[in-house]
Design a protein around this ligand. Structure first.
Ligand code: HEM
Length: 173
């Protein structure tokens, strides 16, 4: 008998269902220590029937005409729902987001999904001996007019927590 693989959405993931799929769009990156730039981004959230989402993001520097110049930040990780959907304060759902970066960081975010909005803060950041000084971050993801908007504030290079990147993405599947 072949093993039947279920790809039904596990019940704990229902509050995150709106993320699932592929997204593509553009954003802006900046920080007091770097030059502002425009980037393109492709993001995928997927699941295989188990109660977590897999996540990947790739970005590219864009020139003034919007053409890809070279790869920028890429990150990959997993979204988990540790508790009962709707059990967090205000009827939200607790989420955990584990993330790895080729720039020498791994991080764990904790936060809440409330309808079309997710708020996250870093609970833990670790970095390799050669990575830049990055200590904490805050992220927000939101579904706005069917687009995925996200913003990232970070504390790094001796600077207080402040905006580093944001983007607006359209669903491609
Ligand atoms: C879409 C997301 C992101 C984009 C497009 C992006 C892009 C950039 C660019 C272009 C720079 C300046 C040049 C360079 O060092 O490569 C930079 C610097 C930096 N980024 Fe990001 N980044 C993103 C996300 C992140 C995340 C998630 C973190 C932390 C985990 C991070 C941490 C840093 C740090 C620490 C610097 C160094 C700043 C400095 O050297 O003064 N970035 N980023």
């Amino acid at each position: 008998m072949p093993i039947e693989l279920s790809t039904d959405l596990p019940q704990p993931l229902v509050p995150l269902a709106w993320l699932i799929g592929r997204w593509e769009g553009a954003g802006v990156v900046g920080y007091p220590t770097i030059e502002e730039a425009n980037f393109g981004q492709e993001v995928e959230f997927s699941h295989d029937g188990r109660p977590f989402l897999s996540y990947t993001s790739r970005t590219w520097l864009l020139d003034a005409e919007g053409a890809k110049v070279r790869p920028l930040a890429t990150e990959t990780g997993f979204w988990r729902v540790p508790g009962q959907p709707g059990a967090a304060e205000g009827g939200g759902t607790e989420v955990e987001f584990l993330l790895a970066h080729p720039t020498g960081f791994v991080e764990i975010y904790v936060g809440t999904v409330n309808g079309p909005r997710i708020d996250l803060i870093t609970d833990l950041v670790a970095r390799t001996a050669t990575a830049k000084e990055y200590t904490s971050a805050k992220r927000m993801y939101g579904l706005v007019e069917s687009d995925l908007l996200w913003v990232l504030d970070m504390a790094a290079m001796g600077q207080p927590l402040q905006s580093h990147a944001s983007a607006r993405l359209k669903r491609t599947s």
